[in-house]
Design a protein around this ligand. Structure first.
Ligand SMILES: Cc1cc2nc3c(=O)[nH]c(=O)nc-3n(C[C@H](O)[C@H](O)[C@H](O)COP(=O)(O)OP(=O)(O)OC[C@H]3O[C@@H](n4cnc5c(N)ncnc54)[C@H](O)[C@@H]3O)c2cc1C
Length: 379
């Protein structure tokens, strides 16, 4: 990419080189975490690029996280998912808001590719309407205790902790919830359409050390929403990388498969389909890279509206492109175990997770009504 600095370009090329080593076993994980791949990324100093170097990250800009997820997700979708969640979601929130104690406790395992930190926001009665959550942290006996319920949480079986959004007496905030506490009880382990586990758990008076409080006070909720922008850009590029994988499968197949005495890739109807898929991927990627490049570390987080556009556009694009890839290959792609069948199920979730399409549209519309259409100089 022309606009990258030499350091970013070298980072992207190294991520591509390491990702290629994941190709052979890609599409065999089915919701399991490819730990040897995450360790390989860590060994190459690629994992969690924007996390503080003191805790094993690289101290790079968040654009590097986008480059990483893009390079890895298109080769091995499951390793891409790990790179996305661990570079831009739970651990990123700990890095942004935590003190030394909690960072030392949880980040080194994650940046070594050996640990995982989940994010717990959703509740049975609070999905899109995050503000109505009931899980609470209260003062009790001179300390803090957390009680409530969280659901749909990804990665719980292999997570050490969950960055958990809670209600403090003064308003919403967030804490790091140790998942090995006996007060955390699994109610139900769901298996989603793509084979990943999503856990519903109850929290019964779990003690929260002061060091595990990430955000609290009047500005807490606003700060958390800002950190969610990184998660949404991570989700957007992850979806885009899966769409790219879909196009690569479709292109390779179309160049081999012959019907009516010709390669199907040479039918004009198919050429247009391939071109259209690529056009959609390019425009989707541009929304993420544009928003990520305009952000500068902790001081200038990604713009909320641009992030919402990227999240919405990339999620929709991924579903559409992978569906067209299935169409390109035909019956073979519709069989269980085919990479495109897996990608089809995987991409569908991106339109719901990390803020639904509809919530993204609400955010964009609110900004338009409040601030108008951005000027050319703000692009
Ligand atoms: C693959 C996947 C992974 C996930 N991982 C996690 C995780 O790790 N941690 C976690 O906490 N949660 C996770 N979730 C849950 C996810 O955050 C929620 O599903 C999401 O926030 C929507 O909540 P809901 O499913 O309860 O739907 P609801 O909020 O009940 O919405 C149902 C429908 O109504 C629409 N809707 C709601 N409000 C409005 C409105 N104001 N205007 C227009 N339409 C509206 C929604 O867009 C949706 O289409 C995950 C979900 C998926 C699919």
């Amino acid at each position: 990419m022309e606009s990258l600095t030499p350091k970013q370009q070298a980072f992207a090329e190294e991520a591509e080189r390491v990702a290629e080593t994941f190709a052979e076993e890609a599409y065999t994980w089915h919701g399991d975490l490819p730990w040897e791949n995450t360790a390989a990324l860590a060994d190459a100093d690629l994992l969690c690029p924007s996390i503080d170097e003191r805790y094993g990250g690289q101290g790079l800009s968040d654009l590097a996280a986008v480059l990483l997820v893009d390079a890895v997700g298109r080769v091995c979708p499951d390793t891409g998912w790990f790179a996305y969640t661990q570079s831009t979601v739970g651990p990123r929130a700990i890095d942004l808001f935590g003190g030394d104690t909690v960072k030392e406790r949880y980040l080194p395992a994650v940046t070594a590719g050996e640990g995982h930190v989940a994010i717990a926001i959703s509740e049975p009665d609070a999905g899109s309407d995050v503000g109505s959550m009931a899980t609470a942290v209260e003062e009790e006996g001179g300390g803090l205790v957390c009680s409530g319920e969280k659901t749909w949480v990804g990665g719980v079986p292999f997570s050490d902790a969950a960055v958990t959004w809670v209600k403090f007496p003064e308003g919403l905030g967030s804490v790091v919830l140790p998942l090995d506490d006996p007060g955390v009880e699994v109610v139900e382990e769901h298996t989603n359409m793509a084979g990943y586990s999503q856990t519903h758990f109850r929290i019964d008076e779990v003690p929260i050390p002061e060091s595990h409080v990430l955000t609290r006070g009047k500005e807490a909720f606003k700060e958390q929403l800002v950190s969610l922008n990184w998660e949404r850009l991570g989700s957007a590029i992850c979806a885009t990388s899966w769409a790219t994988a879909g196009l690569e499968h479709a292109l390779a197949y179309a160049q081999e498969r012959e019907q009516f005495g010709e390669r199907i890739a040479d039918f004009q109807g198919m050429e247009w389909k391939l071109a259209e898929m690529y056009r959609q991927i390019e425009t989707a990627a541009a929304t993420v890279y544009g928003a990520a490049a305009a952000a500068q570390g902790h001081e200038t987080p990604p713009d909320r509206t641009r992030t919402s556009v990227a999240k919405l556009h990339c999620s929709e694009t991924a579903e559409r492109v992978v569906s067209e890839a299935v169409q390109t290959v035909g019956a073979r792609a519709y069989q269980q175990g085919h990479p495109l069948e897996y990608l089809y199920r995987l991409t569908r979730g991106r339109r719901i997770a990390a803020g639904t399409d509809e919530v993204m549209k609400n955010t964009i519309a609110r900004a338009l009504k409040e601030e108008g259409v951005p000027a050319v100089s703000e692009r």
